[in-house]
Design a protein around this ligand. Structure first.
Ligand code: PGA
Ligand code: ZN
Length: 418
């Protein structure tokens, strides 16, 4: 067995994310190679995610990292993800409430990246070697219009309106097509709402005061215009973030902008109508995370749509497996900070692949300019990446894919047959 690599230094500090909220950044040195990573934060979080920060928030998290976790300095790492088990042991809770999931994921990614660098590799290449995947580029699923918890009141209740360039042959063509659709959407919105200053939601999509149907009509039109001009087939999808519009007291889904208060069954019909009318290919978290049977009913009715679980499965391999087997979903969101380590993220993507589900690597609404999610998506075999489109912290992920494309070939795209 080859000797381990020495973990020489752990440092931590508080930095700010794209929303101006505090988060944790760490620096890790392995065998003279240093990697710096900061963790993003969600606003529409699943109940079963790990706790992002210990009691006391990001300041306490940085303190715990400096005073306690730094005791791991000097550890001999026998493999790429060897730190992860030690982080779990040191935390000692089922949900990372001691160290905090954000500190843990930042350390886990930084350590793996530095370890890979010490072998002359980027993280994606080391992860691909570990998992036996052929590295390839995911299709970017881009938020062009935001509502729900990511926008001000008056915006649509559906949280995200998404486009995906299904027919793109290179990563550059994929990004260009999405940007073109975003710009066309801006023009359509200006025509729809004359004089309306085009505001943005947390993930960089427009956040206009319009209803869900009107939003979908305009996004569909923008996507179709791009298809007509470029020949790139464009899919449209949504992230309902169903738990946020579900009212447990009345047991209804509240679409206030449309005056609709629907039962689960009625809301399922509403989503089926939207799918027909706007040719949706992707629906994320359609219902409350406590109603997997409704997901299964929708997926059964809409066989060609990718129903995707985010809050429903929170990047946990066992939940992904359970819900794919139930027939509730055909895709799962992969957000590494929902579970707190790269190892658990590897397990979650593997659970997708062995169960023939699509893994969708994803950013969070409060992001940093780090782009490790792109490295993870390429290395683990995620067919899709949901990382936003506009804004420095979003485009950082896309630009990282362009760079990786230079190494592996920009036409090495994963294909999504819907
Ligand atoms: P977040 O949500 O605000 O928790 O990052 C994004 C999503 O629901 O996909
Ligand atoms: Zn989501």
């Amino acid at each position: 067995m080859s000797p381990g690599k020495r973990l020489e230094r752990i440092a931590a500090r508080v930095v700010f994310d794209s929303r101006g909220d505090k988060t944790v950044e760490v620096e890790v040195t392995v065998e003279g190679y240093t990697s710096r990573v900061s963790a993003p934060s969600g606003k529409s979080r699943g109940k079963r995610e790990v706790v992002p920060f210990p009691e006391g928030g990001p300041e306490a998290a940085a303190r715990v990292a400096r005073e306690r976790v730094s005791r791991l300095t000097g550890t001999e790492l026998e493999s790429l993800l060897a730190l992860d088990r030690r982080l779990i042991e040191m935390d000692g809770t089922p949900n990372f409430s001691h160290i905090g999931g954000n500190t843990s994921i930042a350390l886990s990614v930084a350590c793996a990246s530095a370890y890979a660098a010490s072998e002359g590799k980027q993280l994606y290449a080391a992860l691909a070697q570990l998992t036996g995947q052929d590295p390839a580029l995911p299709l970017p699923l881009s938020n062009v219009l935001g509502g729900g918890a990511h926008a001000a009141p008056g915006a649509p209740e559906i949280q995200e309106f998404l486009i995906i360039p299904l027919g793109a042959r290179t990563i550059k063509q994929a990004v260009e097509a999405n940007v073109a659709a975003y710009r066309k959407l801006g023009k359509l919105l200006q025509r729809e709402l004359p004089g309306f200053p085009l505001g943005k939601g947390d993930e960089g999509g427009y956040a206009p005061p319009i209803g869900n149907r009107k939003a979908l009509e305009l996004v569909r039109a923008a996507a179709d215009e791009v298809y007509d001009e470029t020949g790139v087939e464009m899919g449209v999808g949504i992230d309902v973030a169903g738990s946020n519009i579900y009212d447990p007291n009345s047991n209804r889904y509240a679409l206030r902008s449309e005056g609709l208060y629907l039962t689960g069954r009625e809301f399922k019909e509403y989503l089926a109508d939207l799918t027909d009318e706007f040719r949706l290919v992707y629906i994320e978290d359609p219902f409350s995370e406590d109603s997997p049977q409704l997901y299964a009913d929708l997926q059964r009715d809409l066989k060609s749509v990718l129903v995707c679980g985010d809050d429903l499965v929170v990047t946990r391999a066992e939940l992904i497996e359970e819900e794919v087997r139930r027939g509730a979903i055909r895709a799962a969101i992969i957000k590494p900070n929902q579970v707190g380590t790269v190892s658990l993220t590897v397990d979650a993507v593997a659970a997708c692949i062995v169960n023939s589900a699509v893994a969708v690597a994803s950013h969070r609404s409060g992001e940093t300019t780090d782009a490790y999610i792109s490295q993870i998506a390429v290395g683990l075999g995620c067919k899709v990446i949901k990382c936003g489109l506009i804004g420095g912290e979003r485009v950082a992920k896309l630009n990282e894919l362009l760079r990786i494309g230079e190494e592996i070939g920009e036409g090495r795209m994963r294909r999504l047959l819907i």
